[in-house]
Design a protein. Structure first.
Length: 161
């Protein structure tokens, strides 16, 4: 409820919205839990709820799952996709994980090293909803490879910029 307090939102309206958001992110029943009582994935979903409480037009996420183990990160990618579909929000996600970017995005913008500038835009036309099996498709692999080539991660020198 901190964003509601900081922004001076009507308390009753904010509480109803918070409860609805907790249902959306799968945390119904954990309204009174302390952070230490929640798993890492649950804490991340709580953070998403907090960010959505004031109904922003855009949700900015900077490496939101970077500290999670691989299995929890996969689960959170599925959850974030579901939350995106249910909320209809524009999400701007920054990640160093190329597969995560391809899995979640409709468009991936590739940035150069310092000074950072956009060096490529890769449309991702994979059907939604995406499942973990999507990551085994040829289309997914091609998009990941295209982006990796921009960084020279194919064992060769970087192409282009």
């Amino acid at each position: 409820m901190l964003p509601a307090d900081v922004l001076g939102m009507d308390r009753a309206v904010a509480e109803r919205r918070a409860r609805d958001l907790l249902v959306m992110v799968g945390l119904k029943g954990f309204e009174s839990s302390y952070p230490m009582e929640l798993s890492g994935g649950m804490q991340q979903r709580c953070s998403i709820t907090r960010a959505l409480l004031h109904d922003p037009a855009i949700l900015l996420m900077d490496e939101p799952f970077g500290a999670l183990d691989a299995m929890t990160r996969d689960t959170m990618n599925i959850e974030l996709q579901r939350i995106w579909a249910e909320s209809g929000k524009t999400i701007f996600l920054i990640t160093h994980s190329i597969p995560e970017a391809v899995f979640l995005a409709d468009r991936v913008f590739v940035m150069s090293t310092r000074p950072g500038k956009i060096i490529d835009e890769v449309p991702v036309a994979l059907p939604r909803p995406r499942t973990l099996d999507t990551m085994t498709s040829a289309e997914f692999a091609a998009a990941v490879r295209h982006i990796r080539l921009r960084f020279g991660q194919d064992g060769e020198r970087p192409h282009g910029d």
